[in-house]
Write a protein that binds this ligand. Structure first.
Ligand code: ADP
Length: 791
């Protein structure tokens, strides 16, 4: 605002200067043109009755010169000072001398206009204009004693008749000082002075002898400060004319011999404005300067071609009521007691007295207002800074949000889009501000659908005038579709008219995808449960007829042992053995299936006890050794330690060992070797089942513990099996908190290493395996576990 003001002021000043210079240059141009056109310069002669330095006539000359110089004529001014007063005693001879002088000076000079000042010069020209100046136009001023008859046969004369307002001034003084009775009339013995005295004498009767007129023509009296003391209280003074003392000294007339009236306590009045600064209170005064300007105006008319005969004599009074403010104050004269139309000089610059209390009140109000303003401004600044900081924070937060956030105006033009939004709409290098989705989609083609889809519901928000929320799917080039939850919030002005639209987009793709996966998983779990249930049921169902078959076979076996009719029936025996072995195989398969189903469903329970694991392994090895050797394989058992008590389920350790040994026998050709080693690894106990069999290819090593995995899956494979055994071994080992490893090389053999943690069950006794195991039962178990092995 401040800058604006300064600028406009500056502009105004500039324009003003320009116009002033334009006007000035136009004037100067016109002036110079006029002057050039005026080939003949104008010559003016000012004929002053007095000598140089007389205030009154100097004022007149100044007025004339000022007016003439400001005219558009090229004027040459000459001034002649007649100094009549100095030669008043030899009047005629002096005038003749002047005549001769001017004749000599001006007979060959062209004079276009003569301005005589005062009566003497006027009279001189009345007499000699024709002879001296060849009837040059005359414009006179300062003429007191004028009669129209004077200008008879003088057509070249015109001018201003001067009237001194002595009566008006006297009346003015009396109205201001109604109680003063002495009227001191100061005059000199000049023609004017005496004429004035005469004039006043004629006035006296009008005042009914109520006043005491005292005429003083010895102006020397004014040089003595105390001379007027006797008149003080009851007197006013009128300073009329002449001002030549009896000693022929001029007082007042010249600037350098002005006599100050300030020391007298009598109020002085006069009719001449030249004395106003000299201790005069006031009066109805003639202004020499004004008269000079007026006479010059008439003169210019003549110089421009007007005939003086056609210009009437100005006889109007040019006097004006004039006062000195300092003297008014000195004599306690109030301004309202003065005439309405007046000039007051020395007026003090206008000042207003403000009551002290009001001033203090004003200062206090100013201080409090400025402090209030300062506080207000600093408060406003602080608030603005805080606002900016908050806006920055908000912007940072909005930009950091993974959700898309936009702000639109009611025309759908974007005002704000956060980083996530810019990324989603691919607007990184695009000027998106104040553009609609449609406009942007024309610039940014690849995400056109995103922009337009997002915009599609804007209309609905403004129609409903409420928040809307919905899910939207967006296609994604070469990738799965993206899903957003879109929330649109309309904002309103306090008047209720729509203002902005806030749009928030939350990416729910992951949520939707995981929902789908979860559904799939649940379906799979349900299917798996069904399958497990099926296996559990079918296994149990199969086991019942199998047990019947096995019981029947047991009876047949018994018959073979006891009945001689059977003993020699080798074929029957052979088929009976086949039936038994395959029944065991079925039992084994069913056992494994039931265990796996139990493991899967979490129902498989470990029944641990503290055992000497070395004893368990050794006992198992002892029981299978004859069988292994019957398969034409050598068998070796070796152990680092004799005893290691660990918590384990002996039945499950049996299952693990029978499985591993069964595989070793099955996959080792006759003549090979099967070795069982026990190593003490302090924290763990390692049981290694090693063979010199066919080995397992490298690519199968990591898969071999998976369910139903077999190296040779062909129907023509040499070895039977279901591919469940190793997976069960692994699960049972892990149930003990142990691990299983496999080292194998095709053609060289395989080694399965079982590591079991050395942990015991506190407060539980150590069980002896050999005391618990039933040899017959163990043989039965072995038969089942080894049922895949054909002789
Ligand atoms: P299977 O009932 O088929 O023996 P397993 O789970 O016990 O099922 O064994 C899976 C497969 O691992 C076998 O089919 C066999 O190919 C391979 N395998 C297991 N043990 C050995 C071994 N000692 N030597 C060679 N191959 C073996």
């Amino acid at each position: 605002m401040k800058t604006k003001f300064k600028f406009s002021t500056f502009l105004f000043i500039l324009l003003l200067t320009y116009f002033i210079s334009l006007i000035y240059s136009t004037n100067v141009f016109a002036d110079s043109l006029d002057k050039k056109n005026n080939l003949n310069n104008k010559h003016i002669l000012i004929l002053n009755s007095y000598e140089r330095g007389i205030t009154w006539s100097d004022d007149v000359i100044n007025g004339i010169v000022h007016s003439l110089k400001n005219s558009n004529l090229n004027i040459d001014i000459k001034i002649e000072y007649m100094d009549i007063q100095s030669f008043s005693t030899c009047n005629d001879s002096y005038l003749h001398t002047l005549y001769d002088l001017y004749n000599c000076k001006y007979s060959n000079q062209k004079i276009d206009l003569i301005i005589p000042i005062d009566d003497s010069a006027f009279n001189f020209l009345l007499k000699y204009n024709k002879d001296l100046f060849n009837n040059t136009p005359i414009v006179f001023c300062g003429v007191n004693y004028f009669k129209d008859s004077m200008l008879k046969n003088q057509p070249m004369f015109t001018g201003i008749v001067q009237t001194m307002e002595i009566k008006d001034t006297l009346d003015l003084a009396l109205s201001i000082h109604p109680n003063k009775k002495n009227i001191l009339i100061f005059y000199d013995n000049s023609i004017t002075g005496l004429a004035m005295k005469k004039y006043i004498n004629e006035l006296i009767p009008q005042y009914n002898n109520s006043l005491n007129f005292i005429f003083i023509n010895d102006l020397n009296i004014l040089n003595n400060k105390t001379s007027l003391n006797k008149f003080n209280d009851n007197s006013i003074a009128l300073l009329l004319s002449g001002f030549t003392t009896n000693n022929k000294n001029n007082i007042f007339l010249k600037k350098d011999n002005f006599l100050s009236l300030n020391n007298f306590n009598i109020p002085f009045y006069t009719v001449w404005d030249s004395f106003i600064n000299n201790g005069i209170v006031g009066g109805k005064m003639l202004s020499g300067y004004t008269q000079g300007m007026n006479v010059a105006t008439i003169g210019l008319k003549i110089l421009h071609g007007e005939n003086p005969k056609n210009i009437p004599i100005n006889k109007n009074c040019q006097s004006k009521y004039t006062f000195d403010y300092n003297k008014l104050k000195k004599f306690n004269i109030s301004l309202p007691s003065l005439p309405y139309n007046k000039i007051i000089i020395n007026l003090p610059p206008k000042s207003y007295k403000i009551p002290r209390l009001l001033l203090w009140l004003f200062i206090i109000i100013c201080i409090s207002m400025s402090s209030f303003l300062i506080i207000n401004i600093s408060e406003k600044r602080r608030a603005t800074a805080e606002l900016i900081e908050n806006a920055e924070r908000l912007r940072t937060l909005i930009n950091a949000s993974p959700d898309l956030i936009c702000l639109k105006d009611t025309n759908g033009k974007f005002l704000e889009i956060n980083e996530a939004g810019i990324h989603f709409f691919n607007l990184t290098n695009i000027k998106w501000k104040s553009k609609t989705s449609k406009e942007l989609s024309q610039i940014e083609g690849s995400h056109k659908n995103r922009l337009l889809n997002y915009e599609s519901s804007d209309k609905i928000v403004w129609e409903k005038n409420s928040i809307i929320k919905y899910e939207q799917e967006f296609s994604n080039i070469n990738e799965d579709n993206i899903f957003h939850t879109i929330i649109k919030v309309p904002l309103f002005h306090s008047t209720g008219t729509p203002k902005n639209l806030v749009i928030i987009g939350h990416d729910i793709t992951y949520h939707i995808r995981s929902e789908k996966s979860k559904k799939l998983l649940n379906e799979m779990v349900e299917y798996e449960n069904l399958r497990t249930d099926f296996f559990a049921n079918i296994s149990h169902e199969l086991r019942t007829p199998l047990n019947v078959i096995l019981s029947a076979l047991q009876y047949i076996e018994f018959m073979f042992k006891t009945d001689n009719n059977y003993k020699n029936n080798a074929i029957l025996k052979k088929y009976s053995d086949i039936m038994k072995q395959n029944s065991y195989r079925l039992v084994r398969i069913l056992n494994n299936l039931i265990d796996i189903t139990k493991l899967d469903s979490g129902y498989f329970k470990l029944d641990p006890n503290n055992y000497n694991i070395v004893e368990i392994i050794e006992e198992i090895c002892l029981s299978v050794a004859p069988y292994i050797e019957s398969k034409n394989l050598s068998f070796l058992f070796d152990t680092e330690i004799e005893e290691k008590i660990i918590a384990c389920d002996a039945d499950l350790i049996e299952r693990i060992m029978f499985n591993l040994l069964s595989n070793s026998i099955k996959f080792t050709n006759s003549g090979g070797q099967v070795t069982v080693n026990i190593y003490d690894k302090i924290d763990t106990i390692q049981i290694c089942v090693k063979d010199t069999g066919i080995g397992i290819p490298k690519d199968k090593l990591s898969l071999i513990f998976e369910r139903f995995v077999q190296v040779d899956k062909s129907l023509s494979r040499k070895r039977e099996g279901s591919g469940i055994g190793l997976s069960l071994v692994k699960s049972l080992t892990e149930l003990h908190g142990g691990q299983i490893q496999l080292k194998s090389e095709v053609g060289k053999g395989s080694e399965f290493i079982i590591s079991l943690p050395v942990k015991t069950l506190p407060n539980k006794e150590i069980k002896i395996y050999s005391e618990l195991v039933n040899q017959e039962c163990n043989t039965e178990k072995m038969n089942i576990e080894f049922s895949d092995i054909y002789s």
